[in-house]
Design a protein around this ligand. Structure first.
Ligand SMILES: [Zn+2]
Length: 94
């Protein structure tokens, strides 16, 4: 069972990234980020779906994070939910 990526974990990841310094670059596009001024996300260096750790995170601009990780993760999560539901229904029938 995959643990969810939300709430306290996101806060912990953001704190982890922020401790590396105020000025960082987006790990995907390389744009400059001022972590105290600009909107930014903590993005997985290795996708969670590829076995990445929730502590293996880096700063990303929202544009990159929402385009790359967010949509892919949501699509996979939704697909898994559908698959689980199908399995449940089969178990009920049997
Ligand atoms: Zn970016």
């Amino acid at each position: 069972m995959t643990k969810s990526w939300s709430g306290g974990k996101v806060r912990a990841a953001r704190a982890l990234v922020r401790r590396r310094g105020r000025f960082q670059q987006c790990q995907r596009c390389g744009c400059d980020l001022d972590l105290d001024q600009d909107p930014w996300h903590a993005g997985h260096v290795t996708d969670r779906m590829d076995g990445g750790s929730d502590l293996d995170v880096a700063a990303e601009c929202p544009r990159c994070n929402l385009r790359a990780g967010g949509r892919r993760g949501a699509a996979i999560t939704n697909a898994r939910r559908s698959a689980n539901k199908a399995t449940d229904q089969r178990l009920v029938k049997w």
